[in-house]
Design a protein around this ligand. Structure first.
Ligand code: MBD
Ligand code: FE
Length: 299
């Protein structure tokens, strides 16, 4: 194809990779000693397979450096770079398969780059939608998508409700922006932590989520464009559900109305996490409702 170099197959020193692997010392960190031979072998095989040039390797180093430079506690660009090559989803899947104690557990999904660990604790039945006002450009959509979310946090195996579990939830505004990406939103908008009652139940008002493009204003987005890929994620609501004695569950729920449900730019959708919002009658605060139980595995 045009502009792409042909691939001659030079001969390389067959002992080079073994020499690099053998440089690891006897007192190396044990897990690193276990995994580095594989990483080195795959990296070297990859570089030889594609005849990676110094210019290309250097461009990759620049890309990763640029990701690191623009990362902070509110946005993790290196993580986003991993997301678009499916690495965060793959690692999440490996981890949950390694640690699951029961097939009943709610499947996990990736954290993503926009989590904030210090969302406010709010009472059950309150709203994570702050200062909704008709002057906001997406006001009408927020009303049309207003949703009541409820469900129980349950123990895998016994199905017992877990009292005092924390449901940490976050999603974007109808403009597709998380509050820290959008100076017009109040601090911590669409974020909150809810503590389950004696029936293990949480409840809150939120919005049906909208599809949105992952940020294209940084190196990860530039890379996506170079791959001729779209940036869209299906509408999703993030959750971290935690309780003492149980493994914390990081997951996302996806709205089945979404056209990107089978075409997620970061490859995080799982069938069990796709939900159907139901029309809600007799509640002036919500046009839709969703009931979803989270099932946690033992630590
Ligand atoms: C997101 O909002 C997100 O949830 C993930 C996983 C990646 C990029 C943006
Ligand atoms: Fe997200």
């Amino acid at each position: 194809t045009n502009g792409v170099p042909k691939m001659p197959k030079p001969q390389y020193d067959p002992k080079f990779t073994d020499k690099v692997i053998a440089a690891t010392g006897p007192h190396a960190h044990p897990r690193l000693a276990q995994i580095m031979p594989s990483l080195i072998r795959h990296l070297h095989d990859f570089a030889r397979e594609v005849n990676l040039t110094v210019a290309e390797w250097s461009a990759a180093v620049d890309l990763i450096n640029e990701c690191g430079q623009m990362s902070n506690e509110q946005r993790n660009e290196t993580q986003l770079l991993c997301d678009i090559v499916g690495l965060e989803s793959l690692v999440d899947e490996i981890t949950s398969k390694m640690l699951a104690t029961s097939t009943a557990e709610t499947p996990s999904a990736i954290l993503g780059p926009f989590y904030r660990s210090d969302a406010p604790f709010l009472p059950n039945g309150s709203s994570i939608v702050q200062n909704l006002d008709p002057s906001i450009e997406w006001y009408d959509q927020a009303i049309a998508d207003s949703a009541f979310l409820t469900g129980q946090v349950l123990a895998a195996g016994t199905g017992a409700p877990i009292q005092g579990a924390v449901v940490d939830v976050w999603h974007t505004a109808p403009n597709g922006l998380y509050e820290q990406q959008d100076s017009s939103q109040p601090e911590m908008n669409f974020r909150g932590r809810f503590t389950t009652d004696e029936d293990g139940r949480y409840s809150l008002y939120a919005l049906r989520p909208v599809p949105y493009p992952i940020p294209e204003d940084g190196p990860a987005g530039r890379f996506l464009k170079m791959l001729d890929r779209h940036p869209h994620r299906p509408g999703h609501i993030h959750f971290i559900v935690s309780a003492p004695g149980y493994r914390p569950l990081t997951t996302q729920l996806y709205d089945d109305r979404d056209k990107y449900i089978n075409n997620d730019a970061v490859f995080a959708v799982k069938d069990e996490l796709v939900v159907t919002f139901q029309p809600r009658e007799g509640d002036s605060n919500a046009k839709w409702s969703l009931e979803y139980d989270f099932i946690l595995g033992r630590e």
